[in-house]
Design a protein around this ligand. Sequence first.
Ligand code: FAD
Length: 514
Amino acid sequence: MIAYAERFVHENDSEMRQDDGVSGLDLQLQGTLDWSPAATASASKDFGGLRSAKPLAVVRPSGSDDVARSVKAALRSPNLTVAARGNGHSINGQAMSDGGLVVDMRSADTDHFQVVGGGCGADYAVVAGGALWEDVLERCLRYGLAPRSYTDFLGLTVGGTLSNAGLSGQAFRYGPQTSNVTELEVVTGLGETLICSRSDNSELFFAVLGGLGQFGIITKAKILLQPAPDMVRWIRVVYADFGEFTRDAESLVTRPDGDTFDYIEGFAFVNSDDPVNGWPTVPLDRDQRFDPARLAPDAGSVLYCLELGLHHQGSDSPSSVDSVAGRLLGRLGFVEGLEFRRDVSYAEFLLRVKHAERHAKATGLWDAPHPWLNLFVSKADIADFDRTVFKGILKDGVGGPMLVYPILRTRWDKRTSVVLPESGEIFYLVALLRYALPYPDGPSADKVVSQNRDILQACDKNGFDYKLYLPYYQSQEEWKRHFGKQWARFVERKARFDPMAILAPGQKIFSRSS
Ligand code: FAD
């Protein structure tokens, strides 16, 4: 049946066909199979804008059954692959399928939201894998509840982030999003639809979390919730010294709940008035001004900022919030006078990157290539990383945020497929979130990719203990090195749950068996 669809498409490639009749019937979908040039062109692009692979057709499933039908159809064909596409916010074509089927998870279930339940401190939401986190948040807030762990940007799907990890400033307390899900519905590479959790089908559950889409397509997830606060005191404090910055950041992430902030991140920026990379990126409000005179004359070319959030209720008096924030800030060694704060609603805080998205869309920065690089660097090497990378290779910035903040290993479950640096309880997320106008108004993507390569080479040359987050490699040899001791388990899981290597071909880890 797929062979028929394939022949049909090749013979009629130039025709615009939105076919939910002939091919939809062939696949027996409740949803549709769209092989129009517009649909396949859109599925051959992602946020990275660096790679392109055109699928045969795009499946718009109506639910899990259609996802299973698509995988089964691919299994029966000699060479088709299936890529689940969340919101296509990958950088390197990870959600693409060259000549195969792309399953648009956003279209499954018009209402992505099944239930909010629980009570007695065990609240949860069951949502579709293709739901956007911003929609999950919005729905949960109606019940005074909210997920515990986020990404900085919420225009990403539940399935897309759970296939990686899903990290933001709450991870020090709750772990990544993969640590905050208790049950999944998954369509495996064998086309079976299974419910899995820590106790049932646990090998599949842990394989899929951080599994880069290799073992199954997440069609539903049960997510832990907590009572939502009304407000967040959003604070930024500046450091000239990396040692002091990391000392304070590490102290904050290891303090008990109630004796620390509720959100802890950090970033490096350039000690200059550069509007994109320097001082103007720190204030939280138009009325606030970064006063460089506060810095010591010997401050270096790169500065650091701790970004903190303190939850509070609308009914709390401003003085009580001041007093808690003051007590916590009083222990920190930031540069006096370089402290910025704002009180915002909880939703506004969590949706803060949406404003940046609007601005970037208006200026053309959103649709330009994004050669982003994300790393986990062990605490043991982060000072050398700072010297070599932030103060060396990136001393002029990356045209966007350079996040650097500590995370605790014990908040991650070793049984998931995510790979972390080898040693130590604390490691750092380093995220180089580059924004630039397309060449020739900005640097060429090749030049920036080559700078990313220089950074990785420097890490290798110096023997840093690091791993790529949202990894991308082209050869199995490189993937083997990435997974290290966990490679054998990853391969066993693949053999068990997707033996024909149907799923997520864009990750370039395994090749489709015939
Ligand atoms: P896609 O790009 O569509 O897919 C990613 C991978 O997951 C593909 O291999 C795909 O096949 C697979 N996949 C998608 N859906 C499913 C599913 N339902 N089941 C199984 N596999 C699936 N990450 C963080 O951790 N923290 C951040 O703060 C953060 N901020 C970001 C901000 C921006 C602006 C962008 C562009 C990315 C950010 N990311 C962040 C990275 C993001 O988490 C990943 O790129 C994520 O994969 C994107 O989700 P998506 O829904 O777009 O997935």
